[in-house]
Design a protein. Sequence first.
Lengths: 354, 456
Amino acid sequence: MSSRIFAALTRDTGGSDSTESDAAAEGDAARSPARTDGGAVADGPGDAAASTDAPSESLRSRFRRSRFLESLPFWGPPGLLVLFFVYGAIGWNFVISLTGWEGLGSPDYSSLSTEMYTRLLTDASFHAAFRNTLVLLLAFTVLSLVVGLLVAILVDQKIRLENTLRTIYLLPMSLSFVVTAIFWSWMYNPRIGLVNEVLRGVGLESLTQAWLSDPQFKLAAIIFALMWQFSGYCMVVYLAGLRAIPDAQYEAARIDGASTVRLYWRVIVPQLRASTMSATVVLVVFALKAFDFLFVLFGVNPGQSADILSVMMYRVAFDRIQWAYGSAVAMVLFAMALGVIGPYLFVQYRRGEL
Amino acid sequence: MSRDNSADSENRLTRRHYVAGAGTLATVGIAGCSGGGDGSDGSDGSDGSDGSDGSDGSDGSDGGDSSAELEIVHWWTAGGEQDAYQALLDGFREEHPDVEIVDNPAPGGAGSAIDTVIQNRVIDGNPPSTFQIWPGQALTPYTDEGLLQDIGDSVWDEEMRSAYLDGVRDLAQPAGNLVAVPINIHRLNNLFYNVSVVEDAGVDPSSIDGPQGLLDAMETVAAETDATPMAHQTQAPWSSLQMWESIFIGQQGADDYQSLIGGDVESLESEVRNSLETLAAYADYYPEDAGSISWDQGNNQVIEGDAAFLHQGDWAAGQYGSADGFEFESDWDMVPFPGTSGVYQSVIDSFVFPTNNPSPEATEKFLNYAGTVDAQERFNPIKGSIPPRTDVPMDEFGDFLSRQFEDFQNSNTQPPAIAHGTAVAPAIQSSLSEVFANFNGSLDVDSAYEGIRDAF
């Protein structure tokens, strides 16, 4: 039944020649209509006559059977819901950021201005949060990708206990940020934490630090902890990419005398571009809203050495009840996310992968 | 399942029509629904009066059966707090068995989650019957918009007014009229200490004269023992903020503190800088892991004899009570923070009467009860705080709280606390917290002073 509905939906493109399409449908009902590229050709003999003979009726019948209209019931309702609840909310948030809404009253929509955005430009804590967000985004993404790739390559060496190791590496990903934040606050404890204990144990006493309170190391410590949690995800993505590369290519490269480093650098890694792309987008979007981790560790005030925009947004809106200012911070975050997602979607679209 | 185009073209046509028709109907229906939602959302957001009208209507419709339901939003969900709250509810049930209580906790230390919950509900015109909040300036966002009912006549009768000290009653009327019922008072300017550690170091806490003297005492502790002099935490900024408040009062007195929280920072520049420098000097004597621990983990170091002093509100004493073999006066003791002996810096919880109330009668009953001797006598001994009413018998309270209560009644002044909402509006409190979050890391007096100046 489902294939019949699908066929009806795509009849315009697929059903140009009923016998041919029938034959194809026998084999692969779902794929054949999408593969055929015959949208311009009319459907049945009657339709064909209509389209050539009477232009006015053709307009009507074409309208009636246009793919847009026919598919509307399927994407229309969810589209409307998304439009209303997602894009509508973003739009409303933008309007709020143009008001001066503070406190527990109602926003005043009569006088809109960009005052909140100019205020952002002179706010030292916004500067710090913006800078930290960028640093977090870049360092966290790159580090997670590199570590994930290395682990994936190692796990891909047909080693024993591969499944066990894979689970171990992926496990942190399944933990809640609340758990990992508390866990890492113990790890980083300068007096009894494992990090400093290990450093002391191997005689590197001079490297021990108050990781989470020294402004110099605070952000780096957070980035490392987040990387620990997310490199497992990168590993899985890369592992899937690696498994898709035929063994023949490894063998061919070996026969040509490539060293292991050269083999991966020149032959394998370039083929993992799609994996890198999708992992990057997930990581970057996560980095932009890495709220939970910081909130659990420091509450709403991590201090300027570790403040990021998502925490600042929450602090301004819910701690200071300055809704408009918080909305402005949220719009900056939204623009940053769009700046990452937009180009990605565009590239995908250009490649025909959307 | 093969497509049979030629044979059932007619059948297909009707099916297509049907699908299209059904789809159109669904679309219209959903558009209608969301359109309706749009309308009500719009009126909620763009026009406060419309929104509240609407919710008035819905209140009215279910008012008949829910008027006796009392919804209380609070953050007392941990250990002793939970028990104290239950004791309060038990007393209320005895007095008013007809009122059904809907308990709605919003857990999160010191109200970190409750603000969000309450603010959203109040903005939506759907407040609970009553909720827990710090009195004083923390109430101003609500009083600015007229969201709290004046309970000066209905709850605060003459008998109750005369039972509260002036400083506490003033906090219940930030905008001139009484809107809150304080139910407990914690003291903030305490210096707790482990008796044996302090004796080992040869320091007599009761003879320390002022915040600078405490610095010398901590130096002695550091030199004479292995213990950490001050079990302070810097993971979250509020502990440093409240210690700075106590240092400021200890150095400059309560009057300067009152003008400071009044916003007059610039004329007190050197005084503020002085207190910040003292606080920066204290940082040498914090635990090594101050940045990774919570205040109660710090307090544990005092219990275990690994630390000498702790500056904290007297909720810290609850932890001593539950520690085995750690007794008041023989193992731990407390003096007012040096320089603040006549001061009872107050951290207070209160209940309020939001307007647009779903259960006005039950709320009034509850607030009346919260202001009685019976309620405060049940609640406070378990909470580890003293009652704001001065006529509550102290039989149940134990030695420590009895002494605190005596200090309270003999205190010259009961200034509010910045770190606990009573002294400054929430926006200023949050800005100051951010200043001290930065100060904890940098110990930079200049930028902290500028931050404090800009916060007001």
